[in-house]
Write a protein that binds this ligand. Structure first.
Ligand code: MN
Length: 358
């Protein structure tokens, strides 16, 4: 495996590339062109500028997370063809720049959802948390304000709050007749157009599981577990149609057997990217994000890394969300310190497991 770190770009992330390079064992960067609007074609010069900057700091630009999917594609309205064309054109530019892995998700309207962005844990650190009862009490149209509360929180990755703000109400109306099966159809349409192009361009597509992996606010969610991941891969049976194995998102549902999923999809050659973090379940659909180490959460991270070792996983992996510790402030889930601790722990597990293998 190759350790990587998510970074939100120059001027957009309080963490510098030099800070990231100083984390022991750190090899690569996962980023996006965060100033672009969803649906537009990315410019080659802008991609190359980011790549050159990352490489100047002794790191590789391994993965784009994400090239977001326009809502019209998820809704299956006629303008989706134009947005799919644009998507393929963006993949062409990424391929030309030598970037060969793209993470994306197919969640309607919202990216990940939480009820609190800074839940105080017993040790004084804060973490993102989810309590279904609290989430369902919120009006989704005001969800950002609800979960941010009075905290001074910058824009959330994947949410595009400013773009969505005035559009949430009409979007919810548009989704009112899209159930899970219709969303499957729209995903199939997208994959049938994009995967053959991705194969030609040698760009691996890695869908991220829904977070949390169940329907909320009446919006459909379909990338939720083992059977659905299998179904997604069969829609277009091509190695370029793969997944981002995220232990945090899938692990929010304790029914998901993560080591079994890693072995199964890994042997198929379909895991193109991995996010590893721990979650602590404290009730039915109640959890908070925990330190990466097994003893602090509900997921056995040793077994997760052992499964990656069993499939000889050579792809990029990154510590997913971390807590805020040691007084750090910044983007919820994406501070420097706890993710740095997470990455060294994951590297340590990997070294221990692979060196003791017979
Ligand atoms: Mn993830």
């Amino acid at each position: 495996m190759k350790m990587t770190f998510r970074w939100f770009g120059e001027g957009n992330d309080p963490i510098s590339l030099q800070d990231i390079k100083q984390i022991p064992g750190m090899k690569g960067i996962v980023t996006s062109l965060h100033h672009t609007t969803v649906g537009e074609v990315w410019k080659y010069d802008e991609i190359i500028a980011v790549k050159n900057n990352v490489e100047k700091h002794g790191l590789d630009l391994d993965v784009i997370e994400s090239v977001n999917i326009h809502e019209d594609i998820k809704l299956g309205v006629p303008s989706r063809d134009m947005y799919i064309d644009n998507y393929i054109k963006t993949l062409e530019q990424l391929s030309r720049a030598g970037i060969k892995t793209v993470c994306y998700n197919f969640m309607p309207v919202f990216d990940w959802t939480r009820s609190d962005l800074a839940k105080k844990l017993q040790d004084g650190s804060t973490a993102l948390s989810y309590d279904e009862k609290a989430v369902l009490k919120m009006n989704p149209v005001n969800m950002f304000e609800n979960i941010a509360g009075d905290k001074d929180i910058p824009e959330l990755p994947g949410w595009e709050v400013s773009r969505l703000k005035d559009k949430l109400k009409p979007l919810f109306e548009q989704y009112s007749d899209i159930d899970n099966e219709k969303l499957w159809k729209n995903l199939e349409y997208f994959l049938k157009a994009v995967i053959p192009a991705a194969e030609k361009l040698d760009v691996k597509m890695a869908i991220h599981p829904d977070d949390p992996p169940w329907n909320i606010f009446g919006l459909p969610r379909i990338i939720t577990g083992f059977d659905n991941l299998n179904r997604m891969m069969k829609l277009v049976d091509n190695p370029y149609n793969g997944i981002t194995l995220c232990t945090g998102s899938l692990g929010a549902n304790p029914q998901n057997d993560l080591p079994a999923a890693i072995r199964h999809f890994g042997k198929m050659g379909r895991i193109h990217f991995a996010h590893v973090r721990n979650v602590k379940h404290t009730g039915e659909r109640v959890f908070h994000e925990a330190p990466h180490i097994t003893s602090e959460g509900s997921i056995d991270i040793y077994e997760v890394i052992k499964a990656f070792s069993d499939i000889s996983y050579a792809g990029p992996i990154r510590p997913d969300h971390g807590r805020m510790i040691w007084g750090e402030t910044g983007r919820p889930g994406y501070g420097l310190y706890d993710r740095a601790l997470g990455s060294t722990y994951l590297n340590g597990l990997w070294e221990g497991i692979t060196k003791t293998k017979c």
